[in-house]
Design a protein. Sequence first.
Length: 483
Amino acid sequence: MSETQQKADRPTRERPAVNSVDRYFRISERGSTFAREIRGGTATFFTMAYILVLNPIILGSAEDKFGHRLDSVQLTTATALVAAVMTIVMGVGGNLPLALAAGLGLNAVVAFQIAPLMSWDDAMGLIVLEGLLICALVATGLREAVMHAIPQSLKQAISVGIGLFIAFIGFVDAGFVSRIPDAAHTTVPVQLGGTGTLGGWPVLVFCLGVLLTVGLLARKVKGAILISIVTMTLLAIIIDSLADIKSWGLTTPSWPDDVVGAPDFGLIGHFSLFGAFGQTGVVTVVLLVFTLLLSDFFDTMGTVVGISAEAGLLNEKGEVPNLGRVLLIDGAAAVAGGAASSSSATSYIESAAGVGEGARTGFSNLVTGALFALALFLTPVLTIVPLQAAAPALVAVGFLMMTQVKSIDWDKYEIAIPAFLTIAVMPFTYSITNGIGAGFVAYVVVKTVLGKAKEVHWLLWGASALFLVYFAIDPIEQILGVK
């Protein structure tokens, strides 16, 4: 967060708590208000509500080993239920403006890598098992210790990298940037729009949304991000009704025929904790769980640090408040996601949209969670926000998180090189975990080359070793005969 924004968002002195709710969530103490928390929680929901559409598409499009598919209505219900419950639990227990839902990337691993090897029940059992292992690591204090062992410069680099990453997500989701098809036979991976130029009404909505959002932010208008999302959604609905548009992507901004949709809880509880061992063998299961565990472990770590830093909640040592509880709840969310067959649930970097609206406490999570609970019955209405209307929020928040780059000492290569790789690898590989891994390994190597190996915390040595295995997982699988 920039110094200017911090001064604008925080009072010069601590205000007394208004009531017991304020006191519990420390709303006034953290320089926030109920209005800001409500705006922030609402902005976070609309920025990540796409998961209600995307998760069923990803999981529902895959078949397990026996040719079975998961029902899309049941997947939507399970996705909304887990997001609602775990987001509220995080708010009450962790008191951070950090929403949770089915993790993108993790759900793709489940759908296209794990499910083809076993039944859906067995695949979801692996998610539960991975979540239990995460909880065990938290209980032993190892997960929290790893986070405390990370140098402050790398924490700042993680925040900056996440900022670029979510901005890139916004550009891609809106269609402003797209992957060049392999058939083009070019080494250039991405391009402007779908053909090298911008075209179509949906992209126009995104561009106008970005201009509106940054304009409102520059004017320091309260509710800038939320105002932009609502305004652009209304504009998209009007445009969709008047123009002949081929596709908006995942969500079409048109008023639904049915406002209310009944939830279907048929997938809840359908998992087999150890069934995968009988289907694929111990070595394969261990490697699959390791991949899930490492990705979930460090993806969450980067998200928690990034959101806390942007909200100005890190203490003088760069530590996250209530970290132990936050990490335990995140691990429990993975268990809940597997038990509900909605894939592993994890902390969402889109929570930064709520922080950008002023959210500083877990009270905003009550708002986000309540909207996800409402989505169980009003999914047709709450999923009319197109990505082109929500994506400008990600671009704007990416800018806000990018301002932390000035705190990194770029004159010291032992800090600057790992920081640069952390920042660069995240958007370039579309993965928070990969960026953290690159930064860790580079930090250990550079410190060792400079004869300062003793300055590296032993936990960073261990984490870097695990990342080397993570990056080399394909040849390792071939050596072990898994592939």
